[in-house]
Design a protein around this ligand. Structure first.
Ligand code: COA
Length: 501
């Protein structure tokens, strides 16, 4: 208790410290609840767990808005008691995914940069009734020092009638000063976002809130539910090598500076492998402008190769988190967390010319990318920030293994079964087979390069056969397709369990 009293710096607020159960009792059926959290980092834990317990006894549902995916104490606990009616803007939880795909949960899969603005305008089913925000501390003036993520917390606090703050004493107080909170004005009053370099500070180190808006304060000591990464596999290693070779070529040809441009890297094992690949490269003075800061970035800092990383969430593995906490005073000099509206801002991405690197579920022979839907129908996670970056980057790269499910699925297909990133957004596709550079190519040229460089040998002849027949049948149309056949590979997999003929 002493620790939380120290962290709630205005003693007048001490009277608002209550149990998680008491705070959770404030939440009523069908309320719009906006929380902090982006990946399993910086999300509230104690109040959602108490809420889930209450829902178990007296079933009801809420609409849940977060920054992105969150940990098991929030999405996991609420999904288990069927407590979520609507969800936005991104998730990765297994139970929630099942409920999204059986019609139980209405899921609004959004570009992450846009979600705060949509919430501020009240487009997401009305205004936010209550914001629940994890904090490191609350200042004298009632402003909130966030923890390991920023996400949409600042906008939810701004918009909500009522704020519940979870002060997490497991989060080191040294996180204070690592945030840069800037909420843009809404159109028609918006001004340019003044970020011109990843290390530009443009806002406050706290979420403006004020003493009156805070209704309850809850103590929590549950740690972020961060997950371990798998070993870097052979495919990820090869993909990382191909992309680093490309960067060398680009520097040589004068299209990239020697220290590249700010790097954006998606989540997961391939992304982490690619960032780690830079450690063994001869690139130095790198910068990062991204969503999620993972272990690879600590490797780069330790190797003296990273000058600065800006993100919206610190989401390393459990060992990465220990490493960060043990050396937080040094790492914090090179790291900054911003609201996702700024970290993922299309305006900033286009201005500073980021290199976007994200993972695809499948790519088609013309360069369209599906990041979200399995066999065109089932939601996997969501588009996340991939669209914010893909359309606006200087160089847009997508990675995928050339096959999935032990080779029964080709990740290079005649036509994507769902499209998140169009051919117009995609510059580079890389699989463990090779790299396709699509810049400046027409669709028919792209098809040959993608099939030749990226497809698995088991599927290459089938893809080339499809393309040649489509080209002939359409008399060399701009984007040749055989409409009756274009999605037949997916149909075959659903019916027979393999895309192979
Ligand atoms: N067809 C069908 N299923 C496929 C597939 C394909 N072409 N490719 C992969 N899968 C399946 C895998 O088999 C696996 O299934 P499982 O969960 O049943 O084992 C699942 O999809 C995830 O694939 P995996 O290879 O483990 O990929 P990953 O963890 O690297 O995630 C994405 C890949 C695309 C799902 C993930 O990166 C994502 O959600 N991206 C969208 C959001 C994004 O880009 N965020 C970052 C932006 S900053």
């Amino acid at each position: 208790m002493i620790d939380i009293l120290d962290r709630v710096r205005n003693t007048a607020l001490h009277a608002k410290i209550v149990s998680a159960e008491e705070a959770a009792a404030f939440i009523k059926p069908n309320m719009n609840v906006g929380t902090s959290g982006f990946t399993p980092a910086g999300y509230p834990k104690a109040v959602p767990l108490a809420l889930a317990k209450r829902m178990e006894k007296e079933p009801f549902q809420i609409n849940l808005w977060t920054g992105a995916s969150v940990g098991k104490e929030l999405d996991g606990a609420l999904a288990k008691v069927h407590g979520i009616k609507r969800r936005m803007p991104y998730q990765t939880n297994k139970d929630l995914r099942a409920q999204i795909n059986n019609g139980e949960v209405q899921y609004c899969d959004l570009h992450l940069s846009e979600s705060a603005q949509l919430a501020r305008y009240g487009y997401m089913g009305g205004k936010i009734d209550v914001a629940i925000v994890e904090a490191c501390a609350i200042t004298e003036d009632g402003n909130i020092i966030p923890t390991t993520s920023m996400g949409n917390a600042a906008s939810y606090v701004q918009t909500a009638d009522v704020v519940i703050v979870e002060v997490n004493t497991s989060q080191p107080i040294e996180l204070e000063g690592m945030h840069d909170v800037y909420v843009p004005l809404d159109p028609p009053h918006r001004l340019p976002i003044p970020v011109v370099k990843p290390n530009d500070h443009i806002g406050t180190p706290y979420i403006p809130c004020g003493l009156d808006k805070i209704k309850y304060i809850v103590a929590c000591d549950i740690k972020d539910d961060v997950r371990p990464f798998g070993e870097i596999d052979e495919n990820s290693h090869k993909i990382s090598q191909y992309i680093i070779d490309l960067f060398h070529k680009e520097v040589k040809e004068g299209r990239l500076p020697a220290n590249l441009l700010p790097i954006q890297s998606g989540v997961g094992n391939v992304a982490n492998a690619v960032i780690s690949g830079f450690v063994d490269s001869d690139f130095t003075d790198l910068s990062v402008y991204t969503e999620v800061i993972q272990d690879g970035m600590f490797d780069l800092i330790d190797a003296g190769k990273l000058s600065f990383a800006s993100g919206t969430s610190l989401s390393p593995s459990p060992t990465g988190l220990d490493r960060f906490y043990n050396n937080i005073k040094e790492y914090r000099k090179k790291l900054l967390l911003r609201p996702q509206e700024i970290a993922n801002s299309p305006e900033v991405a286009r201005r500073i010319g980021i290199i976007a690197m994200n993972t695809a579920i499948e790519c088609d022979i013309y360069g369209n990318v599906n990041s979200t839907h399995i066999m065109g129908t089932k939601m996997m996670n969501g588009i996340g920030g991939s669209g914010d970056f893909a359309r606006n980057a200087y160089l847009t790269c997508f990675f995928t293994a050339s096959t999935a499910k032990d080779g029964l699925i080709s990740s290079i297909v005649p036509m994507c079964s769902h499209i998140d990133h169009t051919e117009h957004d995609v510059d580079i596709i890389v699989t463990e087979q090779g790299l396709a550079d699509l810049r400046g190519l027409s669709p028919r040229e792209r098809a040959r390069v993608i099939i030749e460089n990226c497809a698995h040998p088991d599927y290459k002849p089938m893809l080339m056969d499809y393309f040649e027949r489509a080209d002939k049948a359409t008399k060399h149309a701009h984007t040749p397709h055989l409409l009756k056949e274009a999605l037949s590979w997916h149909e075959r997999f659903v019916e027979t369990g393999t895309m192979k003929q």
